[in-house]
Design a protein around this ligand. Structure first.
Ligand code: AMP
Length: 334
């Protein structure tokens, strides 16, 4: 009998406790020492990026790439996505170096999703120059059977119908977070609204929140976002940080202040990925865990902005992350 069970318990109580422990071992964060796995779905892309400081062609990109690499610093990660036969093997090697499970990464004949974007001088404004869907056009994120029991799910930015398809295949996930982008508010709003009824945490940026709620003041718009379904909402405000809203009220978090931003592409996906990775391995009530997870999300996103694509993000370690978390703590203590 497990050392954790008091000897005085009656048989039926013990049986119930054993079955509860077994369920937890499959599906819960409360089992000591168990690391919870994070399933991440999103785009896997080749990005061409132009900033005032430089230009790079066909870098590794996509919401799933950023989120999965960021989460991998904290928890085991399973990725769901699709790449074409032009996808460089060095990018697959990068995923593997980060220990990411690629069973759910489909490889198809054709070209990988290609996105090209350009930043203006202040780096807060971005223009999409090109989007070539390639194999992404007919992507159906069917899950390998052993992915279906993954306790933590991050529905990264892709069409909400695909995010729903992933959720439909999951068996009682413990925590579901969803990210989105302005495109889906304009082209797939009904799908997005259906999805939101099924998620625990909705992550979006301030302009998306305004578009979805019709309310320009983020704080005033929060009740309307909760009314769509999610118990927790995080509104990101770029270099000005993010706000968490939940049953316990608001939590306000600054961004880690950077002297120089090289390329902010993927910072939002990185924030979401690191947040989910940290949530997966932390203990306690969701509200406290979420607050701390947001700090880790902000710190890992700050590293992401210091290099083009995933160049800086993919070369981190926990020591560098913890050092910046400590700095951010010092900067916000009063
Ligand atoms: P972010 O800077 O957080 O908005 O994320 C940028 C990433 O999103 C880039 O790596 C792109 O490849 C990816 N991306 C751009 N447009 C789309 C789209 N329509 N669907 C999915 N991913 C996209």
């Amino acid at each position: 009998m497990s050392a954790g069970l008091p000897a005085a318990l009656g048989f039926s109580t013990v049986a119930a406790a054993v079955s509860r422990l077994a369920a937890e071992a499959r599906n819960d964060s409360t089992v000591p020492g168990e690391k919870m796995t994070v399933l991440i779905v999103g785009s896997t892309a080749l990005d061409s990026i132009r900033t005032p400081g430089g230009e790079r062609d066909r870098l590794l990109g996509g919401s799933a790439s950023y989120a999965a690499v960021a989460a991998s610093y904290f928890a085991p990660v399973r990725m769901v996505g699709v790449v074409g036969d032009d996808f460089p093997s060095r990018y697959l090697a990068l995923y593997r170096r980060r220990g990411i499970d690629l069973t759910g990464l489909q490889r198809q004949r054709g070209t990988t999703f290609h996105w090209a974007g350009e930043y203006e001088a202040n780096m807060n404004r971005r223009r999409t120059l090109r989007t070539e869907l390639g194999v992404f056009e007919h992507f159906r994120p069917d899950l390998p059977s052993d992915y279906r029991h993954t306790p933590m799910v991050l529905l990264g930015n892709i069409a909400p119908a695909l995010q729903q398809h992933v959720l439909d295949q999951m068996e009682r996930p413990r925590w579901v977070a969803a990210d989105t982008m302005d495109l889906w508010l304009q082209t797939a709003r009904q799908d997005l609204l259906r999805l939101l009824r099924r998620v625990d945490l909705f992550i979006l940026n301030d302009s998306e929140a305004a578009e979805l709620t019709g309310e320009l003041n983020v704080v005033a718009g929060l009740p309307r976002l909760h009314a769509l379904g999610p118990r927790f909402v995080i509104v990101k405000k770029g270099e000005h940080g993010a706000i968490l809203s939940g049953p316990g009220g608001l939590f306000v978090m600054p961004a880690y202040p950077l002297r120089r931003v090289v390329d902010p592409t993927g910072a939002g996906d990185t924030f979401a990925g690191a947040l989910m990775g940290f949530l997966a391995v932390s203990r306690g009530d969701w509200e406290t865990r979420l607050r701390r997870a947001m700090v880790y999300g902000a710190v890992v996103a700050s590293f992401c902005c210091e290099g083009f694509g995933l160049t800086r993000l993919s070369r981190l370690d926990r020591k560098a992350i913890e050092a910046r978390v400590a700095q951010l703590k010092r900067m916000t203590r009063f």
